[in-house]
Write a protein that binds this ligand. Sequence first.
Ligand code: UDP
Length: 324
Amino acid sequence: MKILVTGGAGYIGSIVVEQLIEAGESVVVFDNLYQGHRAAVHPDAIFVEGDLADRAAVDALFDEHRPEAVMHFASHTLVGESMENPFRYLGENVTNGLNLLQSAVRHDVRRFILSSTANLFDDPERIPIDEAERIVPGSPYGESKYILERMLHWLDRIYGFRYAALRYFNAAGASTERGEDHHPETHLIPIVLSVALGRRDKVIIFGDDYPTRDGTCVRDYVHVIDLAQAHILALRALDRGSRVYNLGNGQGFTVKEVVETAREITGHPIPAEVGPRRPGDPATLIAGSDRIRRELGWEPKYPALRDIIESAWKWHQSHPNGYS
Ligand code: UDP
């Protein structure tokens, strides 16, 4: 199948592209390189540099490459930034997604996978969080993803669109060739590893007064290759109907446990200091992923936090300057 991947030069997108190509699919990447890296794009993928805000460019992309399915990763993705600059999210994320959806409908492409988020569950009533949990977006970022999920719902009803919305919990880890390289970096695991590489002095732990076992936030870290495999399974199941899945390992680790595991793996003391809470962080996010396990047979290959951090550590050691 020929698959258009928006944001295929970004962290998760580039690893999904790699796994799609290894699974024998053909891929066209569309990315504006705002956060993505040209070097992250698998050499067997066709690369088109462009912006989803440019409707003519998006239409031309569909005209020229005739994809049969779309995976949509291109997005602003930071909760904190979205609280400071809501229009970038409620505006750009939404209108860029809309442009993509309109072009897909115009070109009769009805298979679509949306990269969605655990930020739909700001105030969960039950942990682990399954798909029956009420939706409470935690920020304009989460809201922008939810708006796209709702658009897909209507496009399914009206045009017979087949979609999957995959709500990731904490994507982490790396493949051999590809890993996480954001500027600026805000995510815990790459920050902790950059301390181990001597690039930063210490990690600041954002709050230790949460109602968790050691007072620091609990997150469900899922290996990015396992996420990629979930996309491939979801793509193959689309013709049997649209679907929504929460994606995580079902196990939570505290910030302190992540730092401690990284100390063991790297052999570096990784100094850590407790600072204030980061606005918008819920205490605990753990995914209930039974639905995708049951319906698609998804089984994470790398569920252990140790394996996830170890893969990231190998990548950061072999790419100390990221992709640059
Ligand atoms: N975190 C932290 N220090 C940092 C970066 C993150 O204590 O320098 C915490 C953050 O508050 C959250 C967890 O680590 O509880 C995971 O944060 P990350 O930004 O990696 O992912 P998020 O959960 O926001 O998607």
